[in-house]
Design a protein around this ligand. Structure first.
Ligand code: S3P
Length: 739
């Protein structure tokens, strides 16, 4: 396939969108060969005159010459033209469109040859204006705007890559979603508002007093009715093409209007006020989350407080969200693989979503997540594009450290940053071995983020990790895939091996023996299918909850029980807990089981050193189990806990002290004396696992517990409060306010 800059791009229709695309492409690359056709001679003449297009052609001439053909006509015309274009286009040509309704185009595409369907990539730039025609076209129309690709299941990843690259060149943020979802979302967010604008202007226009009304109409009317100046031809097409979806949202909207009408007619002032206040809050939140921040990373900054009433027990059966470690890795490996990787059970938490956003920014088309389903159109090992901004990894150490390994091997510069917590975490542990491999990587003072990375060629090394860290190991293995020769990472104790397992699933050779893991550079990855198990680190809170609260018995379904992750099960069992595994099976190279946990009195233990890496994220939950156990629990050799999302030894010791639990802190651990738990207000330090640990403590507390700064629970466990309340926790969430 030709490189984008060598491709001839043919634009069918030089209206606002087609014209802006042409102008943007011309500006981005003065040498790009652009050709166009349009029924409007005037538009073509202007585009020739201002140097935007090289040639104005007939449709068939254009199709014969173009490597990429963009249908920029109204949706119904595009659907009608598709077959004609496909029949004349040259064999390798990529077809795409800009229609705001995709179902119609997909339907039209069903009749195309398989080979053509592979290269027809539907797209929709969500940029427009109430103005229309070539005269209104602007080379900046798509800068910073979203373009949604809706690839067909059979699309060739190379064709998707090219269409993505074209929009990216214009400064757009390229997203992707399934066709049906697209039409549903657009019906609600774009089509309905347009319909309402047309309707309100029409109502006022029919009024006998209309001149007066329009004369006195102020800003609100102008704001609201702006969309009614949109292109009539195009919008009539859109409503007819997306009829079913629009009728669905219109029915909801009509019901809402009828409700408001009733409230007004019956003078329900207070009800109206409450409704408006609620709506205002929703809209304000939506504007800050989606319009005023550059990445999803900032969403967690909102204040969230958990309120827990004491007592309760757990019962039933539940499945916690997907594994965070595996979700990150699925995106990373899928992005650099050849082919399309399909993921199910993906964790739609902020950490994994930030990883996903980072790869989109580097030119990878990722469809979803939609109910845990994600499709990643791999760009191959050398296909990533230089990010246009600093990549914000939010709260996630895993994302930052794994991406650093990958980015050092690229031929472009990049920068990785994070939130307040991540920007305090140690990065020398990866920067130093990466430098030994030849990487150019700079940290801020004291080895902290942001990381500035320059492209370099790497050589394989032998590296002995001072601590057993899966993040360091994975970072070096990813760099090792690009390095000359072999890379060997020696681990002082086994730690999670998801990277090794998944790399094998992508067809790479990775050996693990004698305490070290080895990869050779130069291997390619082949796309895979990944089923992400439920996260044992999230399930851990419920395991401890059921173990400590009398009369509890809870089933946790489809939990990942990889042997390098089951420290929590081993340790709880050692404390006397009743935990049964059933339905044990393997999915995509990872062990999975259903886990039944029932209440039984626990006793304190000395935590064996070899269990520490296997339970590294579960200590906040385990400390709560220890606080509820008879006797003492002692942990030593776990200094790593001080450099997690918070200093977890200090955060847990302070919180436990508030609840009246006796503890003694060590540099590398803690001693906890089990006993009675009181209530109080606890600061989670913005650490998701501290917030969830103290939530379950309430099951055994004698008074209410309030936990502040809980927004980051969304990084690993979206929906925690609902799931926990459903299982029996007396938990309530408060958003906003002073937390
Ligand atoms: C992780 C490894 C662990 C763990 C983290 C996830 C991973 O970190 O604490 O939550 O996905 O590789 P370390 O490698 O720093 O121990």
């Amino acid at each position: 396939m030709k490189a984008l800059h060598d491709s001839v791009i043919g634009i069918v229709g030089l209206g606002l969108i087609g014209g802006s695309l042409a102008r943007g492409l011309r500006k981005a690359n003065p040498k790009q060969r652009l050709i166009a056709c349009d029924a409007n001679e005037e538009s073509l003449a202007s585009a020739r005159q201002d140097g935007t297009i090289a040639e104005a052609l007939s449709l068939s001439e254009l199709c014969v010459q173009a490597d990429i053909i963009v249908l920029a006509t109204p949706p119904i015309i595009s659907a009608e033209l598709l077959h004609e274009v496909a029949s004349v286009a040259q064999g390798e040509a990529i077809l795409t469109d800009v229609a705001s309704v995709k179902g119609l185009l997909a339907e039209a595409a069903t009749g195309l040859d398989e080979a053509v369907r592979r290269r027809f990539v539907p797209a929709h730039p969500i940029a427009g204006s109430e103005r229309s025609g070539y005269a209104a076209a602007s080379d900046r129309l798509f800068a910073g705007r979203k373009v949604i690709l809706t690839p067909l299941p059979e699309n060739d990843p190379q064709a998707v890559y090219q269409v993505h690259a074209m929009w990216r060149l214009l400064g757009a943020e390229v997203l992707a979603m399934g066709l049906e979802r697209h039409d549903q979302v657009l019906a609600a967010t774009s089509h309905l508002p347009h319909l309402l604008a047309y309707a309100i202007v029409d109502v006022l226009a029919q009024d006998t007093q209309r001149d007066d009304i329009f004369r006195y109409a102020a800003g609100g009317f102008a704001d609201f009715s702006r969309l009614a100046s949109s292109d009539a031809r195009m919008w009539s097409d859109i409503f007819v093409s997306n009829r079913d979806r629009i009728l669905e949202v219109l029915a909801d909207y009509s019901a809402e209007l009828a409700r408001l009408q009733k409230l007004i007619a019956t003078g329900q002032r207070e009800e109206l006020r409450q409704l408006f206040a609620r709506v205002k809050e929703t809209r304000d939140r939506f504007m800050t989350e989606h319009f005023h921040t550059s990445s999803p990373a900032a969403a967690a900054e909102e204040s969230v407080t958990f309120h827990l009433e004491p007592g309760g027990s757990l019962s039933g059966s539940l499945r916690v969200p997907g594994d965070k470690s595996i979700s990150h890795r699925a995106i990373i490996l899928g992005a650099i693989a050849d082919g399309v990787t399909r993921v199910s059970g993906f964790l739609e938490g902020e950490d994994a979503l930030n990883t996903l956003a980072a790869f989109r920014e580097m030119g990878v088309t990722i469809v979803g997540p939609d109910a845990g389903e994600v499709s990643i159109y791999g760009v191959g090992k050398e296909g990533l594009k230089a990010p246009r901004t600093t990549l914000n990894m939010g709260n996630s150490g895993t994302a930052m450290r794994l991406l650093a390994g990958l980015l050092t091997a690229q031929d472009f510069d990049s920068e990785l940053s994070g939130d307040e917590s991540l920007n305090k975490r140690p990065m020398s542990r990866i920067a130093e071995p990466l430098r030994q491999m030849g990487a150019c990587i700079d940290t801020a003072a004291k080895g902290r983020p942001p990381l500035r990375i320059g492209g370099a060629s790497l050589k394989g090394i032998d590296y002995v990790m001072p601590v057993a860290s899966a993040q360091v190991k994975s970072c070096l293995l990813l760099a090792g895939l690009y390095a000359n020769g072999r890379t060997r990472v020696f681990e002082p104790a086994p730690c999670r091996d998801h990277t090794e397992r998944m790399l094998r699933g992508f067809g790479c050779e990775v050996t693990a023996a004698g305490g070290h893991i080895e990869v050779s550079g130069g291997q390619r990855l082949t796309a895979a299918t990944i089923e992400v198990p439920a996260d044992i680190s999230s399930a851990a809170f419920f395991m401890v909850a059921a173990a400590i609260s009398p009369q509890s018995s809870l089933q946790l379904r489809h939990v990942g029980v990889n042997p390098t992750r089951i420290g929590i099960i081993n340790l709880l069992r050692a404390m006397g807990a009743s935990i049964e595994l059933s339905n044990e099976r393997e999915v995509g190279g990872e062990a999975v089981a259903d886990v039944q946990v029932s209440h039984r009195p626990l006793h304190g233990i000395e935590i064996p050193a070899e269990q520490i890496p296997l339970a590294i994220d579960e200590f906040p939950a385990l400390f709560i189990a220890a606080a509820c156990a008879r006797g003492e629990t002692v942990l030593r050799g776990a200094a790593e806990l001080r450099v997690k999302e918070s200093d977890r030894i200090e955060a847990m010791a302070s919180g436990l002290a508030i609840l009246g639990v006796e503890t003694e802190m060590y540099d590398d651990g803690i001693r906890i004396v089990g006993g009675e738990l009181g209530g109080g207000t606890i600061d989670s330090r913005g650490d998701h696992r501290i917030a969830m640990a103290f939530s379950i403590a309430a099951l055994r507390a004698s008074a209410a517990i309030t936990i502040r700064r809980c927004a980051n629970v969304a990084t690993s466990f979206p929906g925690f409060v609902t799931l926990a309340a459903g299982a029996g926790l007396r938990i309530r969430e408060e958003r906003g306010g002073d937390s």
